[in-house]
Design a protein around this ligand. Structure first.
Ligand SMILES: [Zn+2]
Length: 253
């Protein structure tokens, strides 16, 4: 079974604790549009563990039913996940909705429409955070985001400290998208999380460890990993699971 490839993360958290460091974790879950049994499972996990969850919601396809479900999920936040989650990239460019293959004004108009719709549905639950579909966005689109009310962007991978907008990224994605579409090799996932914890202690980086999930496509192995990841970190004194509003609020940019 999975036994103890997770020990590497515990050791990294132990080292952080010994150095007096707090490590902030956050949970981003992508592609929600409506209540489903899988969403219920995620929200139940979030509530049981006291872990806030940020749902990156696809504006075009969502509606009041999701807002009604989240009314009884006080730890849930919402972020704008593009507009329709449609690919507009011209081959051979990788899939993206907010990329450089359409005029930035066109893309920004869609994002603005998405933000307005989600704001009307979710009110204060909506964060000023954009999550680009496929984690990709053109620089010309980023430049227009502050005027739309966004103060932060979330993609996947290490944050670029020179980026023009505050980034609150994700760093651990358990899904093997290009292979089995089930759980990635577990040892690599724990090692990646441990490395991120270590990296946060080596410089002036004010960062988090972001866990990225996609509740609609989780199989049993992925749910099991996510549940163990959260339980294991929650129990560690160096770890604190945060609402990303905390990071956005502390942003100097
Ligand atoms: Zn997505």
């Amino acid at each position: 079974m999975s036994d103890d490839t997770s020990a590497v993360l515990i050791r990294a958290l132990d080292a952080a604790h010994a150095a007096g460091r707090e490590v902030r974790f956050w949970l981003r879950d992508d592609d929600a549009v409506a209540p489903t049994p899988a969403l219920d499972r995620l929200l139940t996990l979030s509530a049981a563990e006291g872990v806030p969850v940020t749902l990156a919601v696809i504006p075009r396809d969502t509606g009041a039913a999701l807002a009604e479900r989240l009314a009884s999920a006080p730890l849930a936040r919402v972020a704008v996940h593009g507009w329709a989650h449609e690919n507009h990239a011209l081959p051979p460019r990788k899939k993206q909705e907010l990329g450089p293959d359409r005029p930035a004004e066109t893309v920004l108009a869609e994002i603005a429409r998405g933000r307005e719709k989600l704001s009307a549905l979710h009110g204060a639950r909506l964060l000023p955070l954009l999550v680009p579909p496929w984690n990709r966005i053109a620089p010309g689109v980023v430049a227009g985001l502050p005027a739309l009310g966004f103060t932060a962007l979330s993609t996947f991978g290490p944050e670029d400290p020179t980026a023009p907008m505050r980034a609150i990224n994700t760093h651990v994605d358990p899904i093997d998208w290009h292979g089995s579409r089930s759980l990635c090799p577990e040892a690599a996932l724990w090692q990646g999380a441990a490395q991120r914890v270590a990296d946060l202690g080596t410089g002036p980086v004010e960062g988090t460890v972001g866990l990225l999930t996609h509740h609609l496509v989780h199989d049993a192995a992925i749910w099991d990993f996510v549940e163990r990841f959260i339980a294991l970190t929650r129990a560690h004194p160096a770890c604190r699971w945060i609402d990303p509003a905390e990071v956005i609020a502390s942003s100097s940019r």
